[in-house]
Ligand binder design. Structure first.
Ligand code: PLP
Length: 361
């Protein structure tokens, strides 16, 4: 097999090797069909089994009650930014948004394009989004509260979710979905573009509380209504079959190989701690997020100057570590250490960081 690198990409990102191997092994003949999964009909039993198994596994992993429905929608997390206010924010009501960086800001912009009545109830813009706001005064009776659970670019993550006094929380979990156990009870909806923690690009997983579906206005185009997906098990039209199939295999890996979300969280904590400990003991690497707001998934850091950062990224690549350049909008460096990134990869990175620091001084 060709050499695989240590992949620290922010998304699309590393997938578990056993998942890739399983895809490879059954790619030409899916379950005795004589066809690839990319060739079978989405109306076949083969694909029905795939999507239903993905749904059943996500229900088990998250202990979802019958109050919630699992949907697969194309258009990425970005389309959810538009669909959420379109479907769940009726005229005459308001919704609260918390701005914790680029992706929250984009979600807010999509609601404003529709001239919806939304309020930004908290923002961490004042310190370049280095922290998660605390003690937020939410609007009583709001239609929902929107947050971004993990800020991929700024390297911050909600450690605990805010108490919204019964107003349904809606969270963009694109970059930390299934990284730890989740108590779904306060959530009206969670959604995640697959291409970071649960699969390839092309599908967004949505878990919605069924009573919210009663709010969906009749007049919306079919493909922009959650009810269309809910009524047809996400197969109103041709779904992104290959992406859903890969998600199914990742969920199987999480359940059967990792052993569930408690174990996944323990592994993620250990990985993140290894890099943050190095940063905390070094005056060479400095984290950009406040300690109490640090992300377990995206570790963002700076070196003493931009020249050293460029050297760091280039030398890392030469040594088999990919994806360490920070997002183009903020610069610096970032190690994305999603579920599929192994502790071994992280330890190798920490060793490389130590060596780089020593040789650069
Ligand atoms: C937290 C978060 N939300 C939304 C997006 C946008 O996702 P998509 O490209 O699937 O629209 C990203 C992509 O990086 C993200 O990190």
């Amino acid at each position: 097999m060709s050499k695989r690198i240590y992949n620290f990409n922010a998304g699309p990102a590393a997938l578990p090797l056993p998942v890739l191997e399983e895809i490879q092994a059954e790619f030409l003949d899916f379950k005795g069909s004589g066809m690839s999964i990319t060739e079978v009909s989405h109306r076949s039993k083969w694909f029905d089994d795939v999507i239903n198994d993905a749904i059943a596994r996500s229900r088990r992993l998250l202990n979802l009650s019958d109050d919630y429905q699992v949907l697969f929608i194309q258009g990425g997390a970005s389309m959810q930014f538009a669909m959420i206010p379109m479907n769940f924010l009726p005229d005459g009501q308001t919704a609260d948004y918390v701005d914790t960086g680029t992706w929250s800001t984009k979600a807010i912009a999509e609601a404003r394009i529709q001239e919806k009545a939304i309020q930004m109830v908290a923002s961490s813009k004042d310190r370049n989004y280095a922290y998660i706001p605390k003690q937020i005064a939410f609007t009583p009776g709001a239609a929902y509260v929107h947050i971004t659970s993990n800020n991929t670019i700024k390297g911050t993550q909600w450690a605990d979710y805010p108490d919204t006094a019964g107003v349904p929380l809606i969270a963009d979990m694109s970059s930390d979905f299934l990284c730890r156990p989740l108590d779904i009870a306060p959530f009206g909806m969670v959604y995640a573009g697959a291409q970071k923690n649960i699969g390839p690009a092309g599908v967004c997983m949505v878990i919605v509380r069924k009573d919210l579906l009663d709010r969906v206005p009749e007049g919306l185009p079919s493909m922009l209504k959650y009810t269309t997906y809910a009524a047809k098990n996400s197969m109103y039209n041709t779904p992104p079959c290959f992406a859903i199939y890969t998600v199914q295999l990742v969920l199987k890996w999480l359940e059967e190989t990792v052993g569930g979300l408690e174990k996944m969280a323990a592994a993620n904590r250990e990985k993140a701690k290894a890099i943050y400990d190095l940063m905390d003991s070094s005056s060479f690497y400095s984290g950009t997020a406040d300690a109490d707001s640090r992300s377990m998934m995206n570790v963002t850091f700076r070196l003493p100057n931009e020249e050293l950062e460029a050297q760091f990224v280039a030398q890392a690549l030469e040594n088999g570590f990919g994806g360490l350049k920070g997002h183009r909008s903020v610069g610096g460096c970032r190690a994305s250490i999603y579920n599929a990134t192994s502790l071994e990869a992280v330890q190798a990175l920490v060793d490389f960081m130590r060596t780089f620091e020593e040789t650069s001084r």
